[in-house]
Design a protein around this ligand. Structure first.
Ligand SMILES: Nc1ncnc2c1ncn2[C@@H]1O[C@H](COP(=O)(O)OP(=O)(O)OP(=O)(O)O)[C@@H](O)[C@H]1O
Length: 244
């Protein structure tokens, strides 16, 4: 069996009296798109925070390309090739689209010029090149989402963690993001995405990991997961549209 790109091993995060994530393990194969789902408060963002180094696990570890992330800072983890986006997008409003993307690129670029080239190239991939001189404050929500994606991509990751990047978008806008993600994946990028809308997950993910109250409920193909009684119950209990 080939080594997975990412291995999450018995990951646990305790906040005072609350176990936000409890003994969660899953693998992410290189070149795949994996969906991470679960009702509000299931522990998805906390998992991302531990993978990206923003939070230290209470127990367990994250292994990337066969090496543990133990003791690494978020910046060191990003340099190893893991980038993430945030649920709430926060571009630097007074800076241009290009300058925002350069913030990501500068992490691994030796010169400003190199960072500018990488950032411009990344903006082409997400369809924002023609707006590179526009200040971020003038972007629409879909464009801000694309810029958030570009900032992460400009760090040149092997693994991209997307936290509800399509939330708040209309179906047609979400479809555009899906097409960009598919193209990035075809070019070799591995993606883990937190997504509430099953329709979106079903159309992009090959493997789905379901969390519930911090625990791993089930993992498998989208078909296996959506047919699972516990998944249907936990989602129907929350929001019927999630299992559409
Ligand atoms: N820094 C923190 N301190 C204390 N509790 C926290 C902290 N961060 C998250 N939690 C709690 O941990 C649990 C898991 O939260 P998390 O944000 O990981 O869930 P989620 O699955 O991402 O939810 P959502 O879909 O609403 O974004 C929640 O009960 C949350 O209130």
């Amino acid at each position: 069996m080939t080594t997975p790109l990412l291995r999450v091993e018995s990951l646990t995060k305790q906040f005072a009296g609350l176990k936000a994530v409890s003994n969660v393990s899953f693998d992410v194969a290189a070149g795949s798109i994996v969906g991470l789902i679960g009702p509000n408060g299931a522990g998805k963002t906390t998992c991302f925070n531990m993978i990206s180094g923003a939070l230290t696990p209470t127990q367990g570890r994250v292994v990337f390309e066969g090496e543990s992330f133990d003791g690494l800072s978020p910046e060191q983890i990003c340099k190893r090739g893991v980038a993430r986006t945030f649920q709430v997008v926060r571009p630097l409003l007074d800076m241009t689209v290009l300058e925002n993307a350069m913030v990501g690129a500068l992490l691994r670029s030796p010169t400003l010029e190199h960072a500018r080239d990488v950032a411009a190239d990344t903006l082409t991939k997400v369809g924002l090149r023609h707006k590179m001189d526009v200040k971020a404050q003038y972007l629409t929500l879909p464009d801000r989402k694309m810029l958030e994606l570009a900032k992460a991509l400009a760090t040149r990751p092997k693994l991209l963690l997307l936290d509800e990047v399509m939330a708040g978008l209309r179906p047609t806008e979400a479809n555009e993001v899906i097409e960009v993600l598919r193209a990035l994946n075809r070019d070799g990028l591995t993606i883990v995405l937190v997504e509430h809308v099953m329709r979106i997950l079903m159309s992009v993910a090959q493997h789905v990991v379901v969390l519930h109250h911090g625990e791993l409920l089930i993992q498998g193909t989208p078909q296996e997961v959506t047919q699972d009684r516990r998944v249907i119950e936990s989602y129907l209990g929350r929001k019927a549209e999630s299992v559409e």
